[in-house]
Design a protein around this ligand. Structure first.
Ligand code: FAD
Ligand code: MG
Length: 336
């Protein structure tokens, strides 16, 4: 019996590695795509994995930025009105997916709004209040229906002056790419945060699931409540970061393509989705659509949940959105 016990202990000992594998944990913040990115990972070789994730984010910034003259997307925007522009499969497929969200949302999401985004000063944060004539002019230069994508020939525009701008979807895509690199390198836990767009995977340190505080859109440092996510993406679109006040009204950087004006009625939308790209694109689309019209869009995306904060600072959420409200505290008046 003692001999059997000895053997059992020995075979158990052999089942474990002779040396414990070091579980390195890293977290760093770097600047890409006009915002701060946090990459957090745990596992063997976490530092190298994190470097690979940041390298991928940098690569996608150089590929998809409309702030960089030499990116592939900037070349498409310069040449697309003159004919087909050959592009990488990656750019072509992301543009196709952006157009699919545009179509599913009835045009609430539109990746060709660049002229309006620039007119209101949201691109370079030099905000201004344009005239109705200037808005009408800019509206004539937009329309996702004028973008054609072809597997063999690339991308072209059927309207002069059209541009594609992926500001509402590409950060989510880059988050997914970074998370998949961390997973492929065997990390037991990964979190990539691109200022409002996050992707998570694995078990968070010392917790059972990932918990996210939803920022109060009108109180600096305030939290409206908390939500949870096992794995996938979470994205918030709001007017708090890029936007300006005029006569007590907040004008944020999400434009309603129907009016050409900054979308009103909602001040923030948080979306939980199986991936960060879907969360990013839908948070923008659902911001424009609002909680009522947004419900039918949500019905087309299984596993996606949303929380809206209306301009009256009331929360509305889809039935499956996990939510724990914080103490409401004193009511905050808009414009303060
Ligand atoms: P989201 O709600 O996801 O997107 C809002 C943005 O999408 C708006 O700013 C506008 O550009 C566009 N948009 C507005 N309305 C709509 C609509 N109805 N449908 C679709 N799109 C709409 N910023 C800099 O200041 N400097 C940079 O160098 C820079 N580089 C970037 C490079 C890349 C590859 C990307 C993707 C973005 C870059 N940005 C840069 C943009 C910046 O980070 C934006 O603030 C960001 O993309 C907006 O994302 P969001 O998640 O805050 O809001
Ligand atoms: Mg978005």
């Amino acid at each position: 019996m003692t001999r059997w016990l000895g053997l059992a202990v020995l075979s158990l000992a052999l089942a474990w590695p002779v040396q414990a594998t070091p579980q390195e944990r890293v977290e760093q913040v770097r600047y890409h795509m006009g915002t701060l990115w946090t990459v957090e990972a745990q596992g063997q070789g976490a530092s190298e994995a994190m470097e690979a994730a940041f390298a991928e984010i940098g690569r996608l910034d150089r590929l998809l930025s409309t702030y960089k003259h030499d990116s592939e997307l900037s070349r498409v925007n310069r040449e697309g009105s003159r004919g087909w522009v050959g592009v990488s499969a990656e750019t072509r497929e992301l543009v196709s997916r952006a157009l699919a969200v545009a179509s599913a949302s009835g045009g609430a999401f539109d990746p060709t709004l660049g002229p309006l985004v620039k007119l209101w000063g949201f691109k370079h944060m030099d905000y201004r209040f344009p005239s109705e004539a200037a808005i009408a002019d800019a509206k004539r230069q937009v329309g996702y229906g004028h973008v054609q994508v072809d597997a063999a020939r690339g991308i072209r525009f059927t309207k002069p002056g059209l541009e594609v701008e992926l500001g509402a979807i590409a950060k989510g895509y880059a988050v997914d790419r970074a998370v998949s690199i961390l997973r492929a390198r065997g990390m037991t836990m990964a979190r990539v945060d691109a200022g409002g767009n996050q992707g998570v995977w694995g078990q968070p340190p010392e917790k059972e699931g990932w918990v996210f505080g939803i920022r109060h859109p009108r109180v600096d440092g305030g939290v409206l409540g908390w939500t949870t996510l096992r794995a996938g993406g979470i994205s918030t679109s709001g007017d708090a970061e890029r936007g300006f006040w005029k006569d007590g009204v907040r004008y944020g950087h999400v434009i309603d393509p129907r009016t050409g004006w900054p979308s009103q009625g909602v001040v923030s939308v948080t979306v939980l989705a199986p991936d960060a790209e879907t969360a990013d694109a839908l948070s923008t689309a659902l911001y424009v659509l609002g909680p009522e019209a947004g419900k039918s869009l949500l019905g087309r995306y299984p596993g996606v949940e949303a929380l809206w904060v209306t301009s009256e600072l009331e929360t509305r959420r889809s039935p499956g959105f996990p939510w724990l409200a914080a103490d409401p505290g004193p009511r905050v008046k808009l414009g303060e």
